[in-house]
Design a binder for this molecule. Sequence first.
Ligand code: ADE
Length: 234
Amino acid sequence: MLFDILTLFPAMFEGAFSDSIIKRAVEKGLVSIGIRNIRDYSSDARHQTVDDYPYGGDAGMLMKPEPLASAIAAARERFRAIGKSPTVVYMTPAGRLLDQNIVKELAKRETLVILCGRYKGIDQRIIDKYVDIEVSIGDYVLSGGEIPAMALVDAVTRLIPGVLGNMDSAETDSFHSGLLSHPQYTRPEVFEGVSVPEVLLSGHHANIREWQKRKSLEITRERRPDLLDRHCGD
Ligand code: ADE
């Protein structure tokens, strides 16, 4: 999977992608993440202006279309050179709410351009002309699309074949089957007077699976009944 992230704050990504699973995925060559500074695509070399006042007189500033169009063109060109046509994702609170189904869909693409907005958003003509999907990570407003982009890259990367070993397989993740995951325990067997549930110590695999499934359903019913309607049943 090749990512190309367009942002006004490239430094924000340095820490996020330099550890753990994403770092290993990059080292193994399963994922490549390019970070492009939108400011470098401003036509105004002196001030590198990337924002302007909105028509209509609303408060706040918008990201100007020209630097965004140029940055998207540069990302597309990078992929065209290797025969790929990317899906362009714009991170915005007005987008489709990110869930594991969208993550699975995006993980099937080979190349993703992720556009991070700042200020009050971006000129609508960029969305209309260049964006394939608008994605939100939740019903709250962040200062920009960078943190949402990190969440998206992380969730998609976990699904790339070979990224996760058996130890942290995606199959045991919450949401993989559409349910929240069951409670988990590690040693010691008794912690502050509370024991690990008996069944987990039994070594009886069928009973353990049955308990995990039941707990998973119970927790999902209690916390996220909306997920049960969409549950795929495996
Ligand atoms: N930009 C600001 N807030 C956001 C959110 N909740 N999701 C995606 N992009 C955003």
